[in-house]
Design a protein around this ligand. Structure first.
Ligand code: HSE
Length: 305
């Protein structure tokens, strides 16, 4: 048999960016990797190395990468090879709002498509990934890279991609506290006031245009939000104080990454001090955290040679 091997790299992402709830996201230069090697067994095995081992299912049918591979194969009207080994090298912390589930979905779709004729366009992949995830703001940057602004129209997802330069840093601090997206969505109100909708329309427009025009000192306004952050920040112990510590240490602004529990700060200087100040706020509450100083990743997910 010809043995096919594939190696996929998928970036971490931060969704919402404050005011862009369920629409805006950004890819970061921090990656999960997925390997697939075809073999002559009668089943596909899954092995996890790194974060989530012991928590993430290691049976193909229950694993999110396996499920996404199956969905891509079905989309192409083909079957996956019978035997193979999937290896997940996980660095993106699961359940922390840094796109770990999107990385599994996008990685699975890329591998599933490559094994079944490479028939899917990027648009097909994006719409399928959105259908699986429920909203496009993590899967779009994971697939396409850059800053992404997405809409859903019927069953179709459309995304505009804006590259972001290395002059802007993204400091992520992930506390040792898991926030399930389901729970973070359950605390949101069913309805919002008209004036809050107007507030967010103005803020998200200001956010994207401030990034495009590199008016980074205006990001603090663009990050302001009335749709989810005020309802969710209480789910992260010390969350308010960590955001304030970031700003006091020189960040241009800070908010919740995705649905949390990671908090993300934006900066053009003092990155190390900002990260330490944020981690310290968790530490004084007895909470360990993992911090990273990252840049936007403009390439998106890739099948590596
Ligand atoms: N936009 C989503 C949310 C991202 O905030 O619920 C998390 O998956």
């Amino acid at each position: 048999m010809t043995t096919r091997t594939l190696h996929v790299q998928v970036p971490a992402t931060s969704a919402n960016l404050g005011s862009g709830f369920d629409a805006v996201g950004i890819a970061l230069n921090y990656f999960n990797e997925i390997y697939f090697t075809e073999d002559d067994k009668e089943f596909i095995s899954v092995e996890i190395e790194g974060l989530g081992k012991g928590e993430i299912p290691e049976t193909f049918a229950d694993n999110m990468v396996g499920q996404a591979m199956e969905r891509a194969a079905a989309y192409n009207g083909e079957s996956l090879p019978k035997g193979g080994a999937v290896k997940l090298v996980n660095r993106i912390p699961p359940g922390r709002g840094m796109g770990s589930s999107s990385s599994a979905i996008i990685g699975g779709i890329l591998i599933g498509d490559a094994l079944t004729g490479s028939k899917m366009s990027k648009e097909d992949m994006l719409s399928l990934a959105t259908e699986i995830e429920g909203h496009p703001d993590n899967v779009a940057p994971a697939l396409l890279g850059g800053l992404t602004i997405s809409i859903m129209d019927g069953g179709k997802t459309m995304t505009n991609v804006v590259p972001v330069g290395d002059d802007l840093s993204f400091i992520t601090v992930s506390p040792d506290v898991e926030v399930f997206t389901e729970d973070a969505r359950a605390v949101l109100p069913k309805e919002i006031a008209y004036k809050d909708a107007v507030f967010n329309v103005s803020r998200v427009s200001f956010l994207v245009s401030s990034l495009v025009t590199k008016q980074y000192d205006r990001l603090q306004y663009g990050l302001q939000d009335k749709l989810h952050v005020p309802y969710r920040i209480g789910l992260i112990p010390g969350g308010e104080s960590v955001l304030k510590a970031a700003e006091d240490a020189g960040a241009l602004g800070a908010t919740i990454s995705g649905s949390g529990s990671t908090l993300i700060a934006f900066a053009v200087q003092n990155e190390q001090a900002i990260m330490e100040a944020m981690m310290n706020e968790f530490k004084i509450r007895g909470i360990d955290s993992e911090g990273h100083i990252l840049k936007c990743w403009n390439e998106g997910a890739q099948i590596l040679p």
